[in-house]
Ligand binder design. Structure first.
Ligand SMILES: Cc1cc2nc3c(=O)[nH]c(=O)nc-3n(C[C@H](O)[C@H](O)[C@H](O)COP(=O)(O)O)c2cc1C
Length: 171
């Protein structure tokens, strides 16, 4: 699948088929994250891939009871091992770097016929507790991943001229 098609077809999947994900597919998806760019090539991302059913249920509980998180055959928990580095623009690089890698995961998953949903609504202390993640490691997000059940609902987005400005910020 080409990149434009993957970008077009990706949507937030909240219902998954029961099938497990083939290891070679999962490996290609995680390779996309490994190859993502990061500020100064810091690569602060770490990923815990959770397949155990009971653990997935506990992650769903940590995600404010979003049951579909536990119904996916796997959940990728994206973390940052360093949270201190600030770029000259004044922004911390870790959430940006990890978010880029997570975006790569979502697109690589789409190209493999898999679906994901970014989970930002979760209690990080509960996630840490479930997975034994140290206190100095930041949990940035979770991505339940699996074969989608159902079809894409269609994208609701702002119009191009609402988000792209030519030469100057509009008055
Ligand atoms: C940072 C972030 C956090 C999100 N958190 C959640 C979440 O906790 N639960 C959920 O169902 N969807 C979550 N989403 C998915 C968004 O609702 C979804 O991307 C958006 O509505 C656009 O729909 P689409 O992904 O199908 O194009 C999150 C997305 C992002 C980027």
């Amino acid at each position: 699948m080409d990149l434009t098609t993957a970008i077009d077809q990706r949507f937030s999947v909240r219902s998954f088929k029961k099938y497990d994900i083939e290891p070679d597919k999962m490996a290609r998806v995680m390779e996309a994250a490994r190859l993502a760019p990061s500020a100064s090539n810091r690569q602060e991302w770490r990923f815990v891939v959770v397949r155990d059913e009971r653990m997935r249920e506990r992650l769903a509980d940590a995600a404010r009871g979003q049951a579909f998180v536990g119904e996916a055959p796997a959940v990728i928990v994206a973390c940052a091992v360093t949270a201190d580095h600030v770029m000259p623009c004044g922004l911390h690089c870790f959430p940006i770097d990890v978010a880029i890698a997570m975006s790569y995961i979502t697109l690589a998953a789409t190209a493999e016929g898999l679906g994901t949903c970014w989970i930002g609504a979760f209690d990080p202390d509960k996630v840490r507790d479930v997975l034994g993640i140290p206190i100095d490691v930041v949990v940035v997000g979770m991505l339940p991943i699996g074969y989608p059940e159902g079809t894409a609902p269609g994208k609701k987005r702002l119009e191009m001229d609402e988000i792209v400005f030519n030469e100057k910020w509009p008055k």
